[in-house]
Design a protein. Structure first.
Length: 407
């Protein structure tokens, strides 16, 4: 993709939530800039038994626990009746998913998804995808009207290279009680919205039941909903982690450290062990299957080679290295998910930014690039050609049309 894709990929994960708030950049508060780095001591047992302050422990579950995930799905009536949607990370390339969703709405056949999951920039899209067509306008605004200054500033301190106080302010404006009520209304229908973060003390993914958080409401629910979105987009070392207040056994209080969900998976369909077991080639047991009628995965990255001459600087080397890791991780995740779907008979549909989109940008958060990518996704969504496309698909379709016309 573009020469600036690495920088944009790192910073752009925070794009959506701030842009929805439309807050002008201003200096961060003293409190934001002087966050204490001293943490209260706690044990692995304390963490395992903890709950977010003011809310029940049931608003989250371990993202690597197949049994817990299965029990969670058993309580979600629509998980087995409607298709699922999984939204990946990818920074400002989330414009692809945002456009695709709007185009799908215009096509008139967009499902009411039974489960929606989001990682990193996909997490920021997910609440608006979950509420359906009413969220399309907000997503379009977010992915076509923002700048880097609306998301972060350099000089983050001991925790990170940057400070994301602008993003935090934007989330506070855009994630409102009204949005939580809209999410809660869909949750009450039996649909589920999951956002993934990575808990850095245990190095485990956490699945946050955002509908349950929204339904709890109140100051505690609103605060946690915002924190989870901020955390899911917090690339470790680049953006600061998010500290979530928790209560452990004996009313012991401490803070958990959560960061980018993409550190553990580029998108989430099921726990990794569920996808990998049993060994390929063996007959799947009923417990290995997902109840989903179908799963749609939107990958907000390109899997094509991306050549550029790396500079001999820390940021260039870090950016290129992270891009290589993300590309390899995403390729592997798609392959594992496809193998799982084939083994269990799950209808799986994957959309990626492929060679049909060739535009590049010359600066981070270039609006022309983002608008073009949004429009591209919208065209594919409206035409119904976003998923499972390859050059062979186009050739086959053209040949079929020519043969039909000849008859």
């Amino acid at each position: 993709m573009s020469r600036q894709m690495n920088r944009r990929g790192l910073a752009g994960a925070a794009l959506v939530a701030f842009a929805l708030g439309a807050v002008p950049a201003q200096a961060g508060s003293v409190a934001d800039r002087q966050r204490s780095t001293v943490r209260a001591s706690f044990t692995a047992g304390d963490l395992a038994a903890a709950r977010p302050e003011g809310l029940p422990a049931s608003v989250r579950l371990a993202g690597d626990d197949p049994a817990a995930f299965r029990a969670f799905l058993d309580r979600a009536a629509m998980a087995s009746r409607e298709p699922w949607l999984a939204l990946s990370g990818g920074g400002e390339n989330g414009a692809f998913a945002a456009g695709l969703l709007k185009g799908w709405t215009r096509a008139g056949n967009r499902p009411d998804f039974g489960v929606v999951t989001g990682v990193s920039t996909g997490a920021l899209i997910a609440p608006f995808a979950f509420i359906g067509a009413p969220g399309d306008e907000a997503l379009e605004k977010a992915y076509t009207e923002t700048s880097a200054a609306d998301v972060f500033e350099f000089g983050g301190g001991q925790e990170s290279l940057t400070d994301t106080w602008p993003l935090k302010r934007g989330i506070e404006r855009s994630v409102t009680p009204a949005l939580l009520e809209a999410v809660a209304a869909e949750h009450r229908k039996g649909r589920r919205l999951l956002v993934v973060t990575t808990e850095l003390d245990s190095l485990r993914p956490t699945l946050w039941d955002m509908g349950a958080i929204a339904q709890a409401g109140g100051p505690a629910g609103l605060k946690l909903f915002r924190e989870v979105l901020l955390a899911s987009a917090a690339i470790p070392g680049i953006f600061p982690p998010v500290m979530i207040d928790s209560v452990g056994p004996g009313a012991k209080r401490f803070q958990e450290m959560h960061a980018d969900g993409g550190a553990t998976a580029p998108f989430f369909v099921a726990p990794g062990r569920s996808l990998l077991e049993p060994i390929a080639g063996t007959a799947p047991a009923d417990g290995d299957r997902l109840p989903a009628p179908a799963v749609y995965v939107v990958v907000n990255t390109s899997q094509a080679p991306d050549f550029q001459v790396a500079q001999r600087s820390m940021l260039s080397i870090l950016g290129r290295s992270l891009s290589a890791m993300i590309k390899a991780q995403t390729t592997g995740a798609i392959a594992v998910t496809r193998a799982f779907a084939a083994r269990t008979g799950l209808p799986l549909h994957v959309a990626t930014i492929d060679q049909r989109f060739g535009q590049t940008s010359q600066a981070p958060f270039e609006q022309g690039y983002m608008r073009a990518l949004f429009a591209h996704g919208e065209r594919l969504g409206k035409a119904g050609t976003a998923f499972d496309w390859s050059p062979d698909t186009l050739t086959t379709s053209a040949t079929s049309r020519s043969a039909s016309n000849a008859r």
